[in-house]
Design a protein around this ligand. Structure first.
Ligand code: AMP
Length: 366
């Protein structure tokens, strides 16, 4: 046995994971590969991650007695979703290391704070205004014009909690539609593509970004990720640098994703930061077969204080999400040569529910 690194843990450690969905499931599998035992904490008794973890606790995120027992039983805590309540994060962080830390969590839970932070780093974001009333919305639309997008500051994902302000949209109805919650209005970005950087930052500040991913959404849900993204080399470089800057400014530990829009053409092509996800990300699922180190292994390495692995890519990649009934194609996909199928072990194939994904790799052209 090698001696444990003074900044980190050693194989045999217990990684606590908040959330029991597919991201936690794939993190637990990666942890097991590295000799790390996963302990999942989630409220739903049929959580997909329970099937593959050494231990699990069924509990509410507000249940302090259960959280305290969980914190005592693990060496470090991480999470698979960004809406971990701030009080839960603070409670756990007082008892055991929490990575990524409370600052990353707090900032990325609030679109206004997140955009203000990113803009403060000198990175491009869509023009935005805070909206706390209908009068604010009217003024913001006056300033940013139409089309624009009204988004709740908190608890939005996969296009939920947002409404497009088109030429004919009644502002009172739009404000009603997002439930009168504190919001921001964003100017509409006429993007050519949506891309993301999935990257990791270690406890020692080491940084490793996977190649830029190009993402295709359908009905606001990620449908395909293709790598490499079809963007100019300078724009791809700028995207990676933006992620490095964000990670460093947050003192981040773990894997994160930065979703961006590509705008402009040829030499004017550039990226605009849309949002940061403080966790492993669906657009990084291809790394399980398509990169030297998967995002899940990379995250476990980072939060345990292990050295990061190489993020080098292994070919041209297409990752397809299997949403709803698409999971029923499993037999055909297993019969397809070279297709790597992952199923998440969810029982009900509800519309819009992510049931699995498949990754296809082809050789790099010429
Ligand atoms: P979000 O919840 O911020 O990830 O937004 C969901 C989707 O809405 C994005 O993937 C884009 O397709 C679209 N979208 C969000 N913000 C903007 C914007 N400012 N301009 C244009 N499209 C946007």
């Amino acid at each position: 046995m090698s001696t444990p690194d003074p900044t980190g843990l050693a194989p045999g450690a217990v990684l606590g994971i908040l959330g029991g969905g597919q991201l936690a499931r794939m993190m637990a599998l990666a942890a097991a590969d590295l000799g790390v035992r996963a302990h999942i904490f989630a409220p739903e008794p049929d959580s997909p991650a329970f099937d593959v973890a050494a231990r699990h606790t069924i509990g509410d995120y507000e249940d302090e007695a259960a959280l305290a027992r969980f914190a005592d039983a693990v060496d470090v805590v991480t999470y698979e979703f960004e809406n971990v309540p701030a009080a839960t994060a603070a409670f756990l962080a007082a008892r055991t290391p929490l990575h990524p830390g409370a600052r990353a969590l707090g900032l990325t839970q609030d679109r206004l704070n997140e955009k203000t932070f990113v803009a403060g780093l000198g990175l491009a974001v869509a023009p935005f205004r805070a909206v706390d009333s209908l009068a604010d919305l009217e003024a913001a639309v006056g300033a940013l014009g139409r089309p624009s997008i009204l988004k709740t500051r908190r608890f939005g994902y996969d296009g939920k909690g947002q409404v497009k302000i088109a030429a004919e949209t009644e502002l009172s109805e739009a404000y009603e539609a997002i439930g009168h919650f504190p919001a921001i209005l964003e100017g509409f970005v006429p993007f050519s593509r949506e891309v993301s950087v999935v990257a990791a930052r270690g406890i020692d500040g080491a940084f490793a970004a996977f190649d830029l991913c190009e993402n295709e959404h359908r009905d606001h849900i990620l449908a395909f990720t293709r790598v490499p993204a079809r963007v100019s080399a300078p724009a791809a470089l700028a995207a990676g640098e933006a992620a490095r800057k964000i990670g460093a400014a947050l003192g981040y530990v773990g894997v994160f994703a930065v979703e961006m829009f590509v705008v402009g053409e040829s030499t004017d092509e550039t990226v605009i930061v849309n949002e940061i996800a403080p966790r492993v990300h669906n657009s990084g699922h291809w790394t399980s077969e398509g990169a030297q180190t998967s995002q899940f292994h990379q995250h476990v390495r980072a939060v345990c204080g292990f050295p990061l692995g190489s993020a080098a890519r292994r070919g041209r990649i297409e990752m397809e999400n299997l949403i709803g009934d698409a999971g029923l194609r499993w037999r055909d996909l297993l019969a397809e040569p070279g297709a790597h199928l992952h199923l998440y072990g969810k029982r009900d194939a509800r519309p819009g529910r992510k049931m699995g994904h498949v990754t296809r790799i082809s050789p790099e052209a010429g």
